[in-house]
Design a protein around this ligand. Structure first.
Ligand SMILES: Nc1ncnc2c1ncn2[C@@H]1O[C@H](COP(=O)(O)OP(=O)(O)OP(=O)(O)O)[C@@H](O)[C@H]1O
Ligand SMILES: [Mg+2]
Length: 245
């Protein structure tokens, strides 16, 4: 069994439609909750894949193809409608910018908040705190509320927390994209160290060069289904050649 296994996984969402002809009608709908229809939408359909131990695995594909949905199933933010997702090893994940953070709390407070969720005691937290702040290079802003952080600063803090949590399985969703050049390079260096240390990495990215450079294996998702899998360069070619010209 691998670090992450998807066994015939499907995920259905319900999407609501409301046909509104006028502003008055919209206001009336607020009170009566009428007129809506619900449609079922399969964001993932019979998805099977396995991330081997120590492997770096990429998921690529167009917007809305189900990539983040797949990662949310891994972190149990969502439950599969059908099939089974299993993971093995200590999992740390960064799926959305700022997820798990509290905007009114400072950087310092958020580190302690997430640390307690990760199960660290006060002593362990103090030990990690300086490393987290130093890697994120946020010393000056560590007592600023997170709502005043830029996207890149937010990402630095989140990424620094997850890499200092001794992950065995690391899940990242496109979050590196908002980092500046220097910070991206720094993140890639850490990812390489993790690869060498045998950490299993699952990354979603629109950066095909990154996928080619870092992944051992990749899948291409299209409308919730795997349409190509294997060597990253072959999967990237399948993705590129499927684009309308
Ligand atoms: N909670 C939800 N309720 C209804 N539909 C949803 C929900 N979450 C996602 N979807 C839909 O599921 C589909 C897949 O979304 P998902 O976020 O997994 O796409 P993605 O591949 O990560 O796209 P992107 O490249 O834009 O990040 C989309 O059509 C989206 O609208
Ligand atoms: Mg996404």
């Amino acid at each position: 069994m691998g670090a992450v296994v998807f066994d015939s996984v499907s995920k259905r969402y319900k999407i609501h439609h409301q046909r509104v002809k006028s502003f008055q009608e919209a206001v009336v709908n607020l009170f009566y909750r009428k007129n809506g229809t619900t449609e079922e939408f399969w964001a993932l359909k019979d998805v099977d894949f396995e991330v081997g131990y120590g492997e770096t695995f990429g998921i690529i594909g167009p917007n809305g193809s189900g990539k983040s949905t797949a990662l949310k199933l891994i972190t149990r933010v969502l439950e599969p409608t059908k099939g089974r997702v299993t993971t093995k090893g200590r999992l740390t994940a960064m799926i959305e910018l700022g997820a798990g953070f509290h905007p009114d709390l400072t950087g310092r407070e958020n580190i302690f908040l997430l640390g307690s969720i990760l199960g660290y005691n006060a002593r362990e937290m103090r030990q990690r705190f300086d490393k987290i702040v130093a890697f994120a290079e946020l010393e000056r802003f560590i007592d600023t509320p997170l709502k005043h952080y830029s996207s890149g600063m937010n990402m630095r803090l989140g990424f620094s927390i997850i890499i200092n949590a001794d992950p065995e399985v690391l899940i990242i969703d496109e979050v590196l994209a908002v980092g500046d050049l220097a910070f991206q390079e720094k993140c890639l260096k850490v990812l390489t160290e993790f690869q060498n240390a045998g950490v299993s990495i699952l990354m979603v990215t629109h950066d095909l060069e990154l996928a080619s450079r870092f992944c051992d294996k990749a899948i291409l998702l299209q409308m919730g289904q795997i349409v190509a899998e294997g060597h990253p360069n072959d999967v990237i070619s399948a993705y590129v050649s499927a684009q309308p010209v």
